[in-house]
Design a protein around this ligand. Structure first.
Ligand code: ADE
Ligand code: ZN
Length: 337
């Protein structure tokens, strides 16, 4: 059992969340409520039946259900309601800043306008700032199972909304879709001054991490846990202070590791990597960011020093400006003083 004071510290420490897919925060209850509101038919008869389907064997088995869940999102208010529900939950975990992924192609493919998606999500970020002083920023992800031409077309649709997002990412089915498939669209995004991140080394090999860095020129690696299979790559990530946004409960649910006790989070920290802890798709993987911290700290020999380091890393690895980072890092230090 974990020490009560460590548990309290993990819950109350200020933190940033840097790897959360907003469509992955859609709880079964909200899926059913939106299906009813929008007259969308679901393959599942009840919330319980849907929840029982969350028995994933790998990334693809999850993605199939995740895209089906997102099919209930049609109107600007739906995107707002989903995002505000996440932000409220994150606020309860003392998340002070969230960098949130969204997948426009999942919605534009179904005939939902790009503006409907981004305006609903963005309005919720504005309200979270006003209500709770919590900052938020959007990262638009390209679906890597689709052709690069589709990503380029999505970027064109996004340009009129340039002020509403800070960067781009790459998600969906990793195996067979290496980062270099998206070299042209990422080069264009770099010219536009966008921040660049990509999922790599979740299910895919360490080489995908290398090509995300060398071909796409990303600033952070999402997941990246397989880097430890390649010692030279691990040293490079440590030396260049490339952040990894690690998602422990996701890795267990998608069978990247069998049990939490087998997770390599501590090894990543011991290798000197700039690791952060995040929830990925909290509605599907059994917990929000504090659940990820608590379960990981119960399963591994992690203590107060690692808690402080992980809280600090979350702000260091963020895309906040230096003044905002400094202020939040002072709050972390005060919490641990
Ligand atoms: N989309 C949502 N969650 C994802 C994950 N863990 N990996 C890749 N794509 C995703
Ligand atoms: Zn992810």
């Amino acid at each position: 059992m974990m020490d009560e004071s460590l548990r309290n510290l993990l819950q109350k420490m200020p933190k940033a969340e840097l790897h959360i897919h907003i469509e992955g925060s859609l709880e079964p209850e909200l899926i059913f409520a939106l299906a009813k509101r929008n007259g969308v038919a679901l393959r599942y008869a009840s919330v319980d039946e849907l929840r029982r389907a969350y028995a994933f064997t790998d990334l693809q088995s999850f993605l199939d259900i995740y895209y089906a869940g997102a099919s209930v999102l049609l109107h600007e208010q739906d995107f707002y309601d989903m995002t505000l529900a996440y932000l409220q939950r994150a606020h309860a975990d003392n998340v002070r800043h969230a960098e949130i992924f969204f997948d426009p192609q999942t919605h534009t493919e179904r005939g939902v306008a790009f503006s409907t998606v981004i305006d609903g999500i963005h309005r919720a970020l504005d309200d979270a700032k006003r209500h709770w002083g919590m900052s938020g920023a959007l990262i638009m992800c390209f679906l890597r199972h689709l052709p690069e031409e589709d990503a380029l077309a999505t970027l064109e649709q996004a340009i009129p909304h340039r002020a509403k997002f800070i960067g781009v990412g790459l998600d969906s089915s990793e195996r067979g879709h290496p980062p270099e498939k998206f070299a042209r669209v990422f080069a264009r995004c770099k010219e536009l001054g966008l921040h660049l991140v990509a999922h790599a080394g979740e299910e895919g090999p360490p080489d995908y991490i290398r090509s995300a860095l060398d071909v796409l020129h990303v600033e952070r690696i999402d997941h990246g846990v397989r880097c430890l299979e390649d010692a030279a790559l691990t040293r490079r990530l440590a030396e260049q202070r490339v952040p990894l946004t690690v998602c422990p409960l996701s890795n267990i649910k998608l069978r990247v590791f069998d049990r939490l006790a087998d997770h390599n989070l501590l090894k990543l920290l011991e290798a000197g990597l700039l690791v952060t802890v995040n929830s990925d798709d909290p509605a599907y993987f059994g917990g929000y960011v504090n659940d990820n911290f608590l379960r990981m700290f119960e399963a591994l020999p992690l203590g107060r020093e690692q808690a402080r380091l992980l809280a600090r890393n979350s702000f260091v690895a963020s895309f906040l400006d230096e003044a905002a980072k400094r202020k939040l890092l002072e709050e972390v230090d005060a919490c641990f003083a």
